[in-house]
Design a protein around this ligand. Sequence first.
Ligand code: SPV
Ligand code: MG
Length: 431
Amino acid sequence: MKTVYTCFCTDIIHEGHINIINEAKTYGEVIVGVLCDYQMIRYNRFPTVSFEERVKMVEEIEGVSKVVVQNQIMYDEILSELKPDYVIHGDNWRTGPMEAIRKNVVENLERYGGELIEVGYTWNASVRKKEEIVREKLAMPEFRRGRLRKLIALCGIVKILEVHSGLTGLIAERTVVENNGGLDQFDGMWISSLCDSAAKGKPDIELVDMTSRLRTIDDVMDVTTKPIILDGDTGGLLEHFVYNVRTLERMGVSAVIIEDKMGLKKNSLFGTEVEQTQDGMEEFCRKIRAGKDAQRTEEFMIIARIESLILEKGMKDAITRARAYVAAGADGIMIHSRKDTADEIFEFCDLFRSEDKDTPLVAVPTSYCDTYEAELKEHGVNIVIYANQLTRSAFPAMEDTARTILKNHRCREAEDKLIPFKKIITLIDAI
Ligand code: SPV
Ligand code: MG
């Protein structure tokens, strides 16, 4: 009997999957691959049920003879192992990032003489509803909050993108690219104080208050499912910080990062050009401890950000503070730098990791932008935050459009650089 293979990357079974199995049955014995969690996150979304449950779900579909694990998004390994006579897939992979997977399957099948069967992709009201329910579940505070810790455990390095609105949230949520034989996407979002303030035309000096920051978070949460890290500036007064921790936790924010500065906070990238005061180590430890005491779930993270390198206080001060902050209960350490190479970040990470293998390390490669994620990972970094690139790319693009319209007294000349208006009106689904 001939064999037919298909791979499921899903945590719900709907009509479309049943269609594929029914069609597959007419060609032979049906083998289904279940994509492993790590690849599912890169390709689609964070699974709402465990891998074992996903396997069981597929095993229970009538007509499935065998279930196997597919560990790679590309099919080289699985097809050389199984050599099925046919691979069956929905025709939705003919465009977009999934096209690379289709190409990979076609090449593999050609190698040993297998055949590809494509069936019409099922997208109707019932399928859409099921997909929406899963997304809504992922967006709920109790599901979203703990996902950052899970991602740190599961991925080599967690990639976080700055967002400051629902629209930028959608970009972080939906952007998927094909790269180096796989698919990739961002793991979560950073609500930057710099960009949240800039979007409101305000300086980054803790002027935009917590009520307004919470409003931004809520806008982002409304339309996304990925975990959120809040740039909590200095955390403010200890007496206020403890309330804010509980608010953030209740909303489903995964982590807050607070920096060891006091008084009028200015953006770190100013460095010593402006007057900025580092908080005392003991005082900052007290704030961390108070925050940890206030939190009510195991999942929420308070990450301590060290400004010693920014303020030129030296590596020894940075490491001493890191040790103290971890001892005070910090769930992670962010080390910041404004140098144009990552040398001092690597030095700090190596020193820190020589005695602490577990506490997550966070890096923000704004000034040392040549540095690859893989290099940071090699030195023990777990979270990389792209802290302002969306804002910095949008600003010159918008300014250029404004200038172009003003110069030409019409908007034709700007048109070619714009997203087609048909696309912007369909970018956001109406329920
Ligand atoms: C932010 O994004 O607001 C940050 C990172 O705090 S930095 O701007 O580099 O200080
Ligand atoms: Mg900030």
